[in-house]
Ligand binder design. Structure first.
Ligand SMILES: Cc1cc2nc3c(=O)[nH]c(=O)nc-3n(C[C@H](O)[C@H](O)[C@H](O)COP(=O)(O)OP(=O)(O)OC[C@H]3O[C@@H](n4cnc5c(N)ncnc54)[C@H](O)[C@@H]3O)c2cc1C
Length: 358
């Protein structure tokens, strides 16, 4: 590359990380090509399409490293800013909502709420009080009328969620407007400064591998963790924000969307099986939903989705850079929670690599 020409960057994988990174980088003086194995306009094999889109650093902290929480807080701030910019640039709504989230447990399981609070206090100390508000039945019914039958809950004020079914198309639209070269139906492999799509090889100043589970074999220990969600539509029950039910066996999250649909899920299975949702999972999710509010019994099941989260052995994000090649992966169940913070880190690495090249 000469300093007069634009640096050529290849991004492999047009899922959450690949799109977000391409969008950020196309706002710089760079020549970006995005390679995607499937069709960018349709829900493809990426876990990003299956996700519920919760951005919940506190809820996740109970069972993950504190670094995920701190990076999650950074992402929350970036999502606020980036979602506004993206809506302006794409002309599409992405429905980033920062209305907090609610945790509830049935009376006999109230120890689950106490245990959750203890875990958070152990990791965050007294600052938990500013972030988590205990709710009695009245406060709960005021905040979330559909949960009127619960006697206690917790309100996690700062948490957010984003509608992935809107975000991903909005990113695509912004990439088109930003002049990114889009190469669909291109299942590539990544090497230093090179993308291979047999029989061809193309040279780039920097290759960024965001292929999720498509990078298996190139990243030691990368594995898939199966998750299942159901999308239901109810005329009777409306939630205002994500709700989690804590239960020793039947956990549930329910994330309402503006179109009256609610995404429900919680399953996490150590398997790379991509077959359809099991009867057992659908029964457990449905009965947990019914226990939130019996009027959910009349909800209609619109869709079920199954996918595998790309995870490393320690379930922490993987960012590895060498000259001409950066691999980013392992966002596990924290893709929406962590992607902006991770992308900001990768943007810096790209900038440093290109300074060395010029
Ligand atoms: C059921 C479920 C619920 C979830 N809920 C949440 C949630 O509420 N909040 C949250 O933060 N996270 C959630 N996640 C996790 C989140 O979806 C993932 O962490 C995130 O999608 C990972 O993003 P990624 O871009 O690394 O990978 P992906 O989203 O999987 O994208 C990878 C892309 O690479 C493409 N690709 C693969 N191989 C190749 C190749 N050889 N060449 C070119 N392209 C290739 C794929 O087609 C795909 O488009 C959930 C995941 C699941 C499965």
């Amino acid at each position: 590359m000469t300093s007069a020409s634009k640096a050529k960057i290849a991004i492999a994988g047009g899922g959450l990380l690949g799109r977000l990174l391409a969008w950020r980088l196309c706002q710089r003086e760079l020549d970006i090509t995005l390679f995607e194995a499937g069709d960018l306009s349709a829900a493809g094999e990426g876990a990003c399409w299956t996700a519920a889109g919760m951005i919940s650093p506190l809820s996740e902290l109970a069972h993950c490293d504190k670094q995920v929480y701190t990076q999650g807080l950074k992402s929350l701030e970036l999502w606020s800013e980036w979602s506004r910019q993206l809506e302006q640039q794409s002309g599409q709504q992405v429905e980033y909502r920062r209305a907090g989230s609610i945790l509830v447990a049935h009376g006999k399981d109230r120890s689950e709420l106490l245990q959750f609070l203890r875990e958070l206090q152990g990791k965050l100390g007294e600052s938990v009080r500013e972030q988590v508000q205990p709710l009695d039945s009245r406060a709960l019914a005021n905040l979330e009328p559909a949960l009127h039958s619960f006697e206690q809950g917790l309100y996690l004020r700062g948490e957010a969620d984003i509608d992935n079914q809107r975000l991903l198309p909005a990113l695509l639209s912004a990439l088109r407007r930003g002049g990114v070269t889009l190469r669909e139906n291109s299942r590539v492999s990544c090497e230093v400064g090179q993308i291979s799509l047999p029989p061809q090889r193309e040279q780039f100043d920097c290759v960024i591998d965001c292929r999720g589970l498509g990078a298996k074999g190139q990243i030691e220990g990368l594995r898939g963790v199966r998750g299942e969600v159901m999308v239901v539509e109810s005329q009777e029950v409306v939630l205002q924000r994500p709700v989690r039910l804590l239960h020793p066996r039947y956990k549930l999250y329910a994330v309402p969307r503006s179109d009256g649909r609610t995404v429900i899920g919680a399953t996490e299975i150590e398997s790379e099986d991509l077959s359809p949702i099991s009867v057992r999972s659908s029964m457990e999710l449905s009965s947990a939903l019914y226990s939130l509010n019996p009027a959910f019994a009349e909800a209609r099941i619109i869709e079920t989705r199954v996918n595998c989260r790309p995870a490393t052995m320690d379930n922490m994000p993987y960012i590895h850079g060498e000259d001409g090649l950066i691999r980013v992966n392992g966002l596990y169940r924290h893709g929406y929670l962590l992607a902006p913070a991770v992308v900001a880190q990768v943007e810096n690495q790209v900038a440093q690599q290109l300074l060395q090249v010029v």
